[in-house]
Design a protein around this ligand. Structure first.
Ligand SMILES: Nc1nc2c(c(=O)[nH]1)N[C@H]1C(S)=C(S)[C@@H](COP(=O)(O)O)O[C@H]1N2
Ligand SMILES: [Mo]
Length: 319
């Protein structure tokens, strides 16, 4: 029992105590017009100092806004306020520790219930599909959110190309396990490797992406280089990073956060403002960079596209 509690600790700390609060307070202060006053003390936050997106450009053939015209969250926030426990449990850790991850060369193993198991080089994989950019709202279970321009290709296209057998009911994803590259794996804060899964009909819905970039540039390591999942109607933890394996399965896969806290993190993890997390409300969220909280939308605002997938399923099972 104590073992379980101890393993919960990083999450309690990050969601309810200092790092996020401090970070937000800094942002709020600036949002309230104090930028000039503290500019000298916080030079990186001074007006005009917003860093531009950097890294190799990706050949994107089409762009769509699926976040209702909202302004994307600045590059700096998307790349310095992260959850990636393999690179540390504090929000600033992944950016700080990202240097040890080597995203090339990189292969993705595809196995399980497919016509032909294979191992694909990530660059070859990227060339198999036209790349597009989609702006999505993203919401973390910790009640903060961002608007992010993702670059990649639809997971549905990938699934179709891999030719799953009729027994494939789920798709399981696995992150790299290598403590030399992902030093957070030296501590057992979670069961490594990180694993996630989708039901196959969720996976072939048009919304999920396999992302190779943000803001038209290759993914920074801290954002899940070289390839990660993006599922905009689910809490952020479904968006597994640095994927090395995709397995088609007949049985529902166990998932990392569900293993860590079965009473707190379900397999489905659909954004549902009406179902509280056992330790905090999910009714509202803080868009990073904003002062006032806003109401969380069912399915994060993507209900028209996905609510039908869950008809008849107990909404309590959906969190
Ligand atoms: N491998 C791995 N993937 C992960 C995580 C993680 O710790 N390890 N954290 C998840 C959580 S809780 C969130 S909110 C998102 C955050 O993605 P971002 O840092 O790119 O915004 O990544 C998800 N994917
Ligand atoms: Mo999250």
């Amino acid at each position: 029992m104590w073992e379980r509690m101890a393993r919960f600790r990083p999450d309690v700390r990050e969601s309810e105590v200092t790092p996020e609060r401090l970070y937000l307070r800094r942002r709020e202060f600036l949002a309230l017009g104090a930028a000039g006053a503290v500019g000298a003390l916080l030079p990186r936050r001074a007006a005009g100092a917003e860093p531009e997106p950097s890294g190799a450009a990706l050949p994107v053939s089409k762009r769509s806004d699926l976040a209702g015209g909202e302004k994307p969250t600045p590059w700096r926030d998307v790349t310095t306020y992260n959850n990636f426990y393999e690179l540390g449990t504090e929000k600033e850790d992944p950016a700080r520790n990202a240097g040890s991850l080597r995203p090339r060369p990189w292969t993705v193993q595809v196995d399980g219930e497919v016509k032909r198991p294979r191992t694909l080089d990530v660059d070859a994989l990227a060339r198999m599909f036209p790349l597009e950019e989609r702006i999505y709202r993203m919401r973390c279970v910790e009640a903060w959110s961002m608007v992010i321009p993702w670059d990649g290709f639809p997971l549905a296209d990938f699934v179709e190309r891999m030719e799953p057998t009729s027994r494939a009911k789920y798709v399981k994803f696995t992150t790299l396990e290598d403590p030399a590259q992902l030093p957070g794996q030296r501590r057992r804060v979670l069961d490594w490797p990180y694993v996630e899964g989708l039901r196959i009909d969720e996976a072939v819905n048009p919304l999920p992406l396999l992302a190779l970039g943000i803001y038209g540039r290759v993914l920074p390591n801290q954002d899940g280089a070289p390839i990660r999942l993006v599922v905009p109607w689910k809490y952020g933890f479904k968006g597994i990073k640095s994927i090395v394996r995709v397995t088609f399965t007949e049985e529902q896969p166990r998932t990392t956060w569900n293993l860590a806290g079965p009473g707190e993190y379900g397999f489905y993890a659909n954004v549902n403002p009406a179902v509280d997390h056992p330790r905090w409300s999910q009714a509202r969220e803080r868009r990073i960079g904003e002062f006032f909280r806003r109401k969380t939308l069912p399915f994060n605002g993507y209900g028209d596209q996905v609510a039908h997938l869950y008809a008849g399923l107990d909404p309590r099972k959906l969190y």
